[in-house]
Design a protein around this ligand. Structure first.
Ligand code: DX5
Ligand code: ZN
Length: 217
């Protein structure tokens, strides 16, 4: 499995987003957390900011939608320039139709699971997705502590992916840092979101390289 790192701009300086995006060029993706203050108790940014970011960086955008009604909004983020769009299983009315629409519009389709949402009910849907995101904190805020209790779920998901022979990427998001990334990789994750571990570092690009080396070790 090739390791991919997706720095989250949630921990960046929002008044300098273009520069902050450029500071992590060399990362595989730029993770963009969209929050609507309904699905999660926090509010960040929307379609116009994603359109501007897509013009400001060559790094493909990995949009993580923590919003209600993703069935309506997710395709708008593909049109805005996202290379990958993640909707939450808990919020989607018709996840299969939505994943197909995202793919048909030309982006990678991804579905996220909150910590208390099991993967097993979605086993038959995995073939419709390009990536599954397992949240390793409750979504809504950066800088939270990694939930070790999610490691068995990562492991079970990797087993399901292998059992069905899928190409699905397995992303983890929340509390991923130098001290937790190896455990995530060992459990079977291959795409790693890191917000505070990258943007609170003195050299964000070096932090990306360090995380990549640790995950690949
Ligand atoms: C949390 C967001 C994360 C957040 C991660 O709801 O989905 O992407 O930015 O931040 P860290 O890496 O600081 O936990
Ligand atoms: Zn996220």
């Amino acid at each position: 499995m090739a390791v991919q790192i997706s720095p989250s701009i949630l921990s960046a300086d929002f008044s300098r987003l273009a520069e902050e995006a450029k500071a992590v060029e060399g990362a595989d993706w730029l993770h963009v957390d969209v929050m609507d203050n309904h699905f999660v108790p926090n509010l960040t940014l929307g379609v116009p900011v994603v359109e501007s970011l897509a013009r400001a960086t060559d790094t493909p955008l990995d949009c993580h939608l923590m919003i209600e009604n993703p069935d309506h909004w997710a395709p708008r983020y593909v049109e805005a320039g996202a290379g990958s769009v993640t909707f939450h299983a808990e919020a989607a009315a018709a996840p299969v139709r939505l994943a197909r629409e995202i793919r048909a519009k030309g982006a990678r389709a991804s579905m996220a699971l909150k910590p208390a949402t099991p993967v097993e009910p979605y086993e038959d849907l995995l073939s419709e997705l390009d990536m599954l995101l397992i949240m390793t904190v409750e979504p809504g805020f950066g800088g939270q502590a990694f939930l070790d209790i999610m490691l068995p779920k990562i492991r079970r998901t990797r087993e399901l992916i292998s059992k069905h022979g899928l190409e699905l990427w397995l992303q983890v998001d929340g509390g991923v840092s130098a001290s937790t990334i190896e455990r995530c990789a060992e459990a079977g994750a291959d795409v790693f979101v890191a917000g505070s571990a990258v943007y609170n570092a003195d050299d964000p690009a070096a932090a990306v390289r360090m995380l990549r080396d640790q995950a690949a070790a």
